[in-house]
Design a protein around this ligand. Structure first.
Ligand SMILES: [Cu+2]
Length: 178
């Protein structure tokens, strides 16, 4: 029982760690979502991975409009936006690989350079193979052996499972930093 609790705790800790490592990119850096920011320079210095988030911080004279394609982005055509945001502190989750285009909805701001193109790459740590070794039925082996040896073998099984899970979470953490 103590073994199962321990494994559960380690798994929960791994999930929390992974969630905490999802990076938030504040668009434009310290200047934020503002015409004075150089968004091309900012975005070229970032790596956007699946699971990361964009944060748009701006004053009430701006907004965030997501565009559907490169052509609209180049022409600053905001007539058919995918999405519009205006809270002043918008969080956009990057849920899949690909390119996304954002600009400001205020007239003239796009052509003044208030737009950004985000290339999202596949995070290497997104292998969602939940292979939990739930082989608790293996303890019902041949009862010919003495009770003490059965305890010892289940204890070593517990240890092996723990080592396996710790290694797995370690590998996951390392792959998140790649
Ligand atoms: Cu604007």
């Amino acid at each position: 029982m103590g073994c199962k609790n321990m494994i559960f705790l380690v798994l929960v800790a791994t999930l929390i760690t992974k969630e905490a490592l999802a990076i938030q990119h504040v668009v434009g850096g310290s200047q934020g979502w503002d015409p004075s920011s150089d968004f091309d320079t900012w975005s070229s210095g970032q790596t956007f991975k699946v699971g990361d988030q964009l944060v748009f911080k701006y004053s009430s004279m701006h907004s965030v409009v997501e565009l559907g394609d490169e052509n609209s982005y180049k022409k600053c055509d905001i007539t058919t936006p995918l999405n519009s945001l205006s809270t002043g502190k918008d969080v956009v989750k990057l849920d899949k690989p690909g390119t996304r285009y954002f600009t400001c909805g205020t007239l003239g701001h796009c052509s003044q350079g208030m737009k950004v193109k985000i290339n999202i790459v596949k995070g290497s740590g997104s292998s969602s193979s939940a292979s939990s070794p739930s082989s608790s039925s293996s303890s019902s082996s041949s009862s010919s052996s003495s009770p003490t040896s059965t305890d010892a073998s289940s204890a070593s099984q517990c240890f092996v499972a723990l080592v396996f899970i710790v290694t797995l979470s370690f590998v996951t953490m390392i792959s998140l930093f790649n």
